[in-house]
Design a protein around this ligand. Structure first.
Ligand code: AFP
Length: 407
């Protein structure tokens, strides 16, 4: 196992203490030197998205075509299409596994029960298998340095396997994902989804074997995990009445639907914009008595029609984040999992649920907050860190934020 990280000195830049790293990356043979801020994330660069505003049943724009255009418009993203193609393939495979699970014996708990992930949750067979499908699909793209998943105890360093690599091996990206969100619902045929986020990999950490890591090596890997403001791309696949692939590269949100006749994701929702206000809320209301007073009081007003909009809200909650967020993006509304007395940080995971979904929500014109801070600005300190969240239509989420500031 090799860890090629040399921290040579510390310098203060713009008032922030910043380590000056001397790095030997696996791809560049000579050491390179650069500055890396530990305090404020760099602002996301502006990306160009292709303009396709037509949806066509027979000769639509496929996700593959869309990503080729993305790479042409943004040369710095030239390697992203191959990574997306891995995710796309994994989503198609997972969609099939989920759809056929009642017939193929893939329902129920992994190992007949007792298989617990690092967060103490019992794993379903499909949790384990979909995690594997994604890991393989991403590894074979040859674009990935590190990946972190809900079903992995620690971030996994993806070894370079020259024979499996179709393009130049650059270890350019870090992928975070929840392979099968909402899996506790899957046996009942309720929608589930895969959530992913892509960051750039700094390449200062190279761990050739993910087993037997020392504490320092582990820290190095965890340090590759960044706040949502650093996301290059994020998205989800929803396995429901149709299979959807919804994504952003930081310039709007685009939705594709799997056309099973041709086996391709085809653009069906160009430039999704969430309505600024609505009358739908989506929470596990059984936890309401335990919520913070500003959260509880705002939702109580929505129930009575005495909130800012004066409208009486209706409740829609699947208990499967991808399904609930998809509906919220399309119809408007507020989805969330606030903190409560039992779960101080709510339930959702920051890195592979909160941040990627918040990036999409903001790109669609909505907001995502803990009530007190923007979810995208939270710097993760742990891989499986949880975050209280309320996201959705801008005016309605703002009402919650205002209630917190008043309190
Ligand atoms: P599972 O993947 O264990 O089904 O959890 C789903 C989830 O993380 C998210 O998708 C839901 O919004 C949330 O949990 C539902 O939690 P409750 O069951 O506590 O409402």
């Amino acid at each position: 196992m090799k860890l090629l990280l040399l921290i040579s000195t510390l310098v203060a830049v713009n008032g922030y203490i910043t380590p000056l790293l001397s790095v030997r990356s696996p791809t560049s043979r000579s050491p390179t030197t650069f500055l890396r801020s530990t305090a404020t994330p760099p602002a996301s660069p502006t990306r160009k998205a292709p303009i396709f505003d037509e949806v066509c049943e027979t000769t639509g724009v496929t996700l593959t075509r869309f990503m080729i255009e993305v790479a042409m418009l943004n040369p710095e993203l030239a390697e992203l299409p191959s990574l997306f193609s891995g995710i796309e393939t994994a989503c198609k495979a997972i969609s099939n596994m989920v759809k056929r699970s009642q017939l193929t014996g893939l329902t129920g708990l992994a190992d007949g029960g007792g298989s617990i992930n690092v967060q103490g949750e019992e794993q379903k067979q499909l949790d384990v298998m979909t995690n594997d499908v994604l890991k393989r699909a991403l590894r074979f793209t040859g674009k990935l340095g590190v990946l972190a998943s809900e079903e992995e105890d620690t971030p996994v360093d993806v070894p370079s396997r020259k024979t499996d690599v179709m393009f130049d091996e650059t270890s350019k990206y870090v992928a975070v994902f929840d392979p099968l969100d909402g899996s506790s619902n899957v046996d009942a045929g309720i929608p589930t989804g895969t959530i992913f986020g892509i960051f750039e990999h700094d390449e200062e950490c190279v761990v050739e074997d993910s087993k037997d890591m020392t504490e320092d090596e582990m820290k190095c890997l965890v340090n590759t995990l960044k706040p949502g403001t650093d996301l290059i791309a994020s998205g989800y696949c929803l396995y429901s009445s149709s299979c959807f692939f919804v994504m952003t590269i930081g310039n709007g949100v685009y939705g594709f639907t799997l056309d099973e006749n041709i086996g391709e994701f085809v653009l069906s929702h160009p430039n999704i914009k969430i309505p600024a206000t609505s009358k739908i809320y989506s929470f596990n209301e059984a936890n309401m008595p335990q919520w913070d007073p500003p959260m509880r009081e705002t939702v109580e007003k929505w129930r009575l029609g005495t909130g800012r909009s004066g409208k009486q809200f209706s409740s829609r909650y699947i208990g499967s984040m991808v399904g609930d967020v998809h509906r919220t993006l399309l119809y408007g509304g507020v989805f969330g999992y606030p903190s409560d007395k039992k779960n101080k940080n709510g339930k959702l995971r920051l890195l592979y649920e909160g941040a990627p979904m918040s990036y999409l929500m903001e790109q669609a014109g909505g907001l995502s907050s803990t009530g007190k801070e923007r979810v995208l600005e939270i710097v993760p300190t742990e891989v499986h860190q949880r975050v209280p969240m309320v996201m959705g239509s801008k005016d309605d989420v703002q009402e919650v934020i205002d209630a917190y500031s008043k309190a």
